[in-house]
Design a protein around this ligand. Structure first.
Ligand SMILES: Cc1cc2nc3c(=O)[nH]c(=O)nc-3n(C[C@H](O)[C@H](O)[C@H](O)COP(=O)(O)OP(=O)(O)OC[C@H]3O[C@@H](n4cnc5c(N)ncnc54)[C@H](O)[C@@H]3O)c2cc1C
Length: 379
């Protein structure tokens, strides 16, 4: 067993950290205030291979492992978790097209997705179904040319911003086996978007409903096979959960780094904050929790990479553990900053707001517990 990163993995982390610090960190607060991320950012990340991280090289991607990808998201999240998490969703979609699309669909959609001239969104959740995603109601009726899609998707990251949407739609019976994945492109007639959601965190990412009123979708935009859409959507989620956890981890590391520096500077009762043993113990607790989260996350990624039979359970456990640990660590860092932690200028309160949603999406942490418990009871 070897816990060390390889030279190549260290280089991947450093590259992502550097681009995050240069291209994202200085602007993260402005983008948050603007409620959007400039589209010009994405091709810069695409040029570094960050848009198709685990798309195989023969499809034009970077061919990295899931573990490598967590390093990218951990490093980028040290600059801004909102931007990093948005990139994760795009990567999940690109991987779905690469894995399940036929040659024609791949040739048409992947090249611009990999350069990020084209941005992709993932549309599963509906106003009436979130955790119970297989109850989705968006309907895709067969037509001569393909499908006519009607329905509403809720909470879509990149809604009204992205160029294409992978929309899980009902083409058959109730339940997961009646779901197909269709790709809808911005500009298609009948495809509209709701108003910008006003959110607690992830504020630089535009979140809107995606509304479909009899959108004519050509049969060539069916991803893979009819009736397999739910399986595809779930397969993307194991890796998506690792990425979200990695985003929590990176933000927690950034908060802890900033806290250490702050405590060395700040004085109370004539002493540096670092001289109070009670606060040293707090720092130690935060570090222990952070390191435990990192090891647990990387183990889950390794299980997914090696096709371990319990990979899904481990991805769920890591998502739950690391996202909750990340939020606790950031909150602890905020407390150690005193009143300054509450001020936007110190950067910690944004991390606290951004990380909260990681316990809710890509499957809530209650659903993560459900996955773990089911696996235990089945065994
Ligand atoms: C900022 C943001 C961005 C998002 N981006 C996307 C996106 O890009 N694409 C997309 O498809 N979705 C997206 N989502 C949606 C997200 O995945 C859902 O919000 C999430 O799956 C939960 O669904 P829900 O909100 O309907 O909550 P519900 O499913 O209604 O759950 C409500 C509560 O009940 C609990 N609960 C539900 N069922 C059970 C159960 N069986 N056992 C125990 N507890 C249970 C939940 O854990 C939760 O605490 C986004 C959400 C947010 C907030």
């Amino acid at each position: 067993m070897d816990f060390a990163l390889t030279e190549e993995q260290t280089a991947i982390f450093d590259m992502a950290y550097d681009v995050g610090q240069a291209e994202i960190a200085p602007y993260a607060r402005t983008w948050e205030a603007d409620g959007t991320i400039p589209r010009e950012l994405w091709p810069k990340l695409g040029a570094l291979g960050l848009a198709g991280l685990y798309v195989p090289e023969e499809h034009g991607g970077s061919g990295l492992s899931r573990l490598d990808a967590t390093l990218v998201f951990e490093a980028l999240s040290m600059a801004c978790p909102s931007v990093a998490a948005f990139l994760s969703i795009h990567n999940m979609c690109a991987k779905m097209i690469s894995s399940f699309g036929d040659d024609a669909l791949r040739d048409r959609m992947l090249p611009s997705a990999l350069t990020m001239e084209s941005v992709l969104s993932y549309c599963l959740t509906e106003p009436g179904s979130g955790s119970d995603a297989a109850a989705l109601k968006t309907r895709a009726e067969r037509s001569n040319e393909g499908y006519t899609v009607t329905g509403t998707k809720a909470f879509i990251s990149g809604g009204g911003y992205s160029d294409a949407y992978i929309v899980m739609s009902r083409t058959g019976e109730d339940g997961p086996k009646g779901v197909s994945a269709l790709i809808l492109e911005d500009g298609m007639e009948g495809l509209t978007y709701g108003g910008l959601e006003d959110k607690m965190g992830w504020r630089s990412q535009p979140t809107r409903q995606v509304q479909m009123d009899a959108v004519a979708v050509p049969a060539t935009n069916l991803l893979g096979e009819e009736g397999k859409g739910f399986t595809y959507a779930m397969m993307g989620l194991d890796g998506g959960r690792l990425n979200i956890a990695a985003c929590s981890l990176g933000a927690a590391q950034a908060a802890l780094d900033a806290t250490l520096a702050y405590m060395k500077e700040r004085k109370a009762f004539g002493k540096s904050l670092t001289e109070f043993q009670a606060l040293q113990f707090r720092l130690a607790e935060l570090e222990i929790e952070l390191q435990a989260a990192r090891v647990f996350l990387r183990q889950a990624a390794w299980k997914l990479d090696t096709g371990a039979p319990d990979a899904t359970k481990h991805c769920a456990m890591a998502k739950k553990f690391v996202t909750e640990a990340g939020s606790r660590i950031v909150d602890g860092c905020l407390q150690l900053h005193g009143g300054y932690g509450y001020l936007a200028d110190y950067g910690i309160e944004k991390l606290s707001r951004d990380l909260r949603v990681h316990q809710i999406l890509e499957g809530t942490n209650e659903i993560m517990r459900l996955i773990v418990a089911r696996d235990m009871l089945r065994a």
